[in-house]
Design a protein around this ligand. Structure first.
Ligand SMILES: Nc1ncnc2c1ncn2[C@@H]1O[C@H](COP(=O)(O)OP(=O)(O)OP(=O)(O)O)[C@@H](O)[C@H]1O
Length: 593
């Protein structure tokens, strides 16, 4: 346990060091300077009182005021230096914490990209992500600051302890022991807070979800139409109230235990003060020493209190940071082989599914069962089937967003697990059913920094969105969506065409269109289909669609039923077979008559 905490501290410090060496060094230098200043001013106060007492006894000594004046100037200089360092610490800490926060955010983003898609379909992942995202960015610099403050307090305390030991070692020991209950109480409540915070994560996330529902454009229409606003607001308020009540209960509990522990420490200080007051009256101590010891007690108590707070905070921060490391240590399951094989380019034979079975992680339901088929290089195939038959799942497996639970997928006979995932995915141009809409310029939406102007324009023409782009105020440089200033919204069909253009721009060997024309008007659909041969020239293409008119041009059509290939053949073959395809086609054709 203690080892884990120490490891967390070490990791946090190395994060600070890696992200901001110079600022970390500056913090350490300021720490060293500020550690010795309180003791210096204590010592100077003693010297001033003693010099004054001597001057009063010696009466009219010409050098007496000179010495006192010199000591006062020195004390002023020490105080100014202390204030200056205090202000500098503020600047250094703020800058450093920004640098560290950005660094940690970068690590979080890099990990979010690297983890498998599976994690995004798992509530525990979101809990972890939320915990890491909400706490990790600022905890490492807080750890460094607390550690520096604890060290600074420790050094100052050490120096004060040396002063006090000269007075009486027993008193010093009692003063230090008296603070231990406070330290234990604070460590305990830090642990308790962390435990409760972990329990609150799911509630916090749910509350955040309600808040997003209420504030995002995506739900704005339905919320107004179905009058869901108050419903979500009440849920949000209820959850927040529960969390607040939990926090308040903890704060009261913390207050009660800390008050008792704090009183023990204060009583010890005043008992010690009574002892030195008695010694002064007995003439064993000078008045200057009395002042110095009194101040030493006061500062010592303050420092001890701060140090316990810093230690408890260090402990708490290290607990919170452990979530971040848990997140960083998530292991991807879709792995690259140690020595990836070059990907066949161009594909000679084709792609094959050999007895592929699949079940989503955390699900008992089998989605694909021993599915086998071959897609020849350059061929255009289509997958059709009812909702939930497993069509999109096939595509996810093909892109290695998941690996099959049984069987294998091959390219020219080589298992796809032998290729680098990045290279494999680089060979695929995919338009998913739930394609993304980026609130960026048209050019970025299609090219993302790749592709010449002409190539982007050509992709837009092929996808049939060039005319819509021409109507936008800044053409390809128009920002799309409502998120940012002067953004222009497109229709769903136009967004879909932009996604198709994005896919076409990639020089991918395999073109995959999952419901490519679901939002397109009949004219646009007809145009895309006419161009389809041109679009898939020299490429292998996979088409998924519920509109059977869209797929009849495919070289071969596979009908998926409950995770199995039920039929396959050309459009004409399948119609002649009088099976599921013929039934679905005739049903659709009937409604068009
Ligand atoms: N991420 C997931 N986790 C668990 N189960 C999933 C996940 N995605 C899909 N499924 C399940 O897998 C089955 C197949 O889903 P899939 O999306 O492949 O169907 P589909 O044939 O593409 O359907 P549609 O025509 O509606 O797009 C469904 O029963 C669905 O509930």
């Amino acid at each position: 346990m203690i080892l884990n905490r120490l490891l967390s501290l070490k990791q946090a410090l190395s994060l600070c060091w890696q992200s901001s060496r110079n600022w970390t060094l500056a913090s350490i230098i300021l720490l060293v300077i500020r550690s010795f200043l309180p003791v210096a001013s204590l010592y100077l106060a003693k010297r001033i009182v003693d010099a004054l007492t001597q001057a009063l006894t010696a009466k009219n000594s010409p050098t007496a005021f000179q010495e006192v004046f010199y000591l006062i100037v020195l004390t002023a200089a020490v105080t100014i230096l202390n204030d200056l360092c205090g202000s500098l610490v503020g600047v250094v800490q703020e800058t450093q914490s920004q640098v560290v926060t950005d660094y940690v955010q970068n690590l979080l983003h890099a990990k979010s990209i690297a983890v498998d898609l599976e994690y995004y379909e798992n509530a525990q992942y979101y809990d972890r992500l939320h915990q890491a995202q909400s706490e990790a960015p600022y905890r490492p610099s807080l750890i460094l600051n607390r550690l520096l403050q604890a060290l600074q307090g420790g050094i100052s305390l050490g120096a004060i302890a040396l002063l006090l030991i000269a007075l009486h070692w027993g008193i010093t020991l009692i003063l230090f022991l008296a603070i231990i209950p406070l330290l234990l109480v604070r460590l305990q409540s830090s642990k308790q807070f962390y435990r409760l915070w972990q329990q609150w994560t799911a509630q916090e996330r749910r509350a955040q979800y309600y808040s997003e529902l209420l504030t995002r454009e995506s739900h704005a229409k339905e919320i107004r139409l179905f009058q869901l606003g108050t419903y979500f607001q009440n849920h949000f308020k209820h959850l927040r109230k529960e969390i607040h009540q939990g926090k308040l209960r903890l704060a009261w509990q913390r207050f009660r235990t800390e008050a008792i522990a704090q009183s023990i420490a204060t009583l010890a200080i005043f008992a010690a003060f009574a002892v030195i007051a008695r010694q002064t009256l007995q003439g064993a101590l000078s008045l200057g020493s009395l002042v110095m010891y009194y101040q030493a007690f006061q500062r010592g108590q303050g420092l001890l209190r701060d140090t316990t707070r810093n230690l408890a905070s260090l402990y708490e921060n290290s607990l919170f940071l452990s979530n971040f490391y848990n997140f960083l240590h998530l292991k991807p399951l879709v792995l690259d082989p140690p020595f990836p094989r070059p990907i066949p380019n161009p594909l000679q034979v084709g792609i094959a599914f050999e007895n592929v079975s699949f079940r989503y992680p955390h699900s008992q339901r089998s989605v694909l069962e021993a599915v086998s088929f071959q897609i020849e290089a350059g061929e255009t195939v289509a997958f059709v089937g009812e909702n939930g038959a497993g069509k999109s799942t096939l595509i996810k497996l093909l892109c290695r967003l998941y690996d099959p639970c049984g069987g294998k997928i091959t390219w020219d006979g080589i298992d796809v697990e032998e290729f680098s995932t990045t290279e494999l995915r680089g060979q695929m141009g995919v338009v998913f059913q739930d394609y993304a809409r980026y609130n960026l310029t048209v050019r970025e939406n299609i090219g993302f920094g790749n592709g010449e102007k002409a190539a982007i324009h050509q992709a837009a023409c092929l996808a049939g969105v060039d005319r819509a782009i021409a109507r936008l105020p800044n053409g390809y440089d128009t920002t799309l969506g409502h998120q940012f200033d002067r953004g222009e919204e497109l229709s769903i069909g136009e967004w879909q065409k932009i996604a198709i253009a994005r896919c076409l721009l990639r020089q991918a060997q395999i073109l995959i269109l999952d419901e490519p024309t679901s939002a397109l008007d009949p004219q646009a659909e007809a145009e895309i289909l006419q161009k389809f041969n041109q679009l898939t020239q020299n490429r292998t293409a996979i088409l998924i669609s519920h509109r059977l008119s869209t797929v009849q041009f495919a070289d071969r059509i596979f009908v998926l039923e409950q995770g199995k290939i039920a039929e396959s053949g050309t459009h004409q073959n399948l119609l002649q077979q009088q099976g599921t395809y013929a039934r679905l086609f005739n049903t659709q054709a009937y409604y068009y008559q």
